[in-house]
Write a protein that binds this ligand. Structure first.
Ligand SMILES: NC(=O)c1ccc[n+]([C@@H]2O[C@H](COP(=O)([O-])OP(=O)(O)OC[C@H]3O[C@@H](n4cnc5c(N)ncnc54)[C@H](OP(=O)(O)O)[C@@H]3O)[C@@H](O)[C@H]2O)c1
Length: 321
């Protein structure tokens, strides 16, 4: 028998997940990777109006100045207070030495115009030499640093001790790397940010992280759809005709179906958009429940295919996939 689509009137854009340090991470955040400097300011402003309070940033993205300006104009306008916001930034791979962690966070804080971030992440477990290119794809081995992420983590812990980060976490870490980190750390990571899409639903990693009180944040949740065809990655689920059809039943877009499915896995997500209609769509995902048959279809799409492989660095001793 056909399962009924369930819709309710409640919209809960401020839905949160509690972290192991009692802080709350809003389930939907706005991604900012590759968001053009001019467009990102409007995107942040539109996102705050739409109810977003969580922003996913990084030193590497090169637009933290513009993100900061947009946040401050909303704060100055009285629309939000700093305490309402959950701001994440990330340490890039060339700066894994313990002594570099605080200066790099300070640089991000300077750009963002903030005294602290809510979450600071080690972007990848593997490091590059400080003077190497930021993404050293030519003869990558020459650029590898031998700094252990355990050393980097000590620098991350110092960020918390100095009040520059309310919480710290990792990104793109596998279970073995997390276990090793948990065996040595003084402050537990609160988050592991990894790619999660229906093509790569990460159920095992999510379960593992949950058992260790670590929340998973799913990046590239829409399969980086606008770049499909240029990146060589798997077909984004939001382009699947059956998913578009599922969306029609609930009067939702395929992107909303995908995001609703992903948050039902117990994770937070950080879809990126610089267009107001998409920004609004991507947070308006809490007022419907997918029927079991629809969930089963989305489950069936798991093929362990990544958009972000960083396979150029697969010979690095700390490569995670
Ligand atoms: N930790 C890490 O290593 C890591 C790696 C990758 C990404 N990230 C984070 O995750 C965020 C998201 O990942 P991503 O930016 O790679 O990819 P994504 O969020 O999966 O896809 C973004 C693309 O989807 C389009 N889009 C967004 N909403 C849409 C909608 N409702 N309908 C149709 N198209 C829509 C956007 O175009 P429009 O602008 O036109 O809407 C954009 O081009 C990043 O921005 C970054 O913050 C982290």
């Amino acid at each position: 028998m056909e399962q009924k689509a369930v819709a309710s009137a409640t919209v809960r854009p401020q839905e949160t997940i509690t972290l192991n340090n009692s802080m709350k991470i809003p389930v939907v955040g706005l991604g900012t990777y590759k968001s053009d400097k001019k467009q990102v300011q409007h995107a942040i402003s539109d996102a705050i109006d739409a109810g977003y309070r969580h922003f996913d940033c990084a030193w590497l993205y090169g637009n933290e100045d513009e993100v900061g300006q947009a946040l401050h104009s909303k704060i100055a306008g009285g629309l939000v207070q700093r305490e309402d916001l959950f701001i994440t930034s990330k340490l890039w791979n060339n700066f894994h030495e313990k002594s570099k962690v605080i200066p790099m966070l300070e640089e991000s804080l300077g750009s963002l115009g903030l005294h602290y971030v809510d979450l600071y992440l080690i972007n990848w477990p593997f490091g590059f030499k400080e003077n190497a290119p930021l993404c050293p794809t030519n003869h990558p081995e020459k650029s590898y640093s031998n700094v252990d992420y355990l050393e980097t983590w000590e620098g991350m812990e110092n960020c918390v001790k100095q009040g520059l980060a309310k919480s710290i976490g990792v990104s793109n870490f596998n279970p073995q790397q997390i276990t090793r980190l948990l065996d040595h750390c003084k402050i537990k990571p609160v988050v592991n940010q990894v790619e999660v899409t229906p093509n790569l639903n990460q159920k095992d990693l999510i379960k593992f992280c949950k058992e260790h009180e670590i929340v998973v944040t799913g990046y590239a949740p829409l399969g980086r759809s606008a770049h499909h065809g240029t990146s060589g990655g798997p077909t984004p689920t939001m382009l699947d005709p059956k998913v578009i059809q599922i969306g029609e039943k609930y009067k939702k877009s395929a992107a909303q179906v995908v995001l609703n499915y992903l948050v039902s896995l117990g994770i937070s997500v950080v879809p990126r958009s610089v267009h107001k209609s998409h920004i609004c769509e991507n947070i308006n995902i809490f007022d419907f429940t997918l029927a079991p048959a629809d969930v089963a279809y989305l489950d069936s799409l798991n093929k362990n295919q990544r958009v972000v492989t960083m396979s150029e660095f697969s010979s690095h001793p700390h490569y995670s996939f």
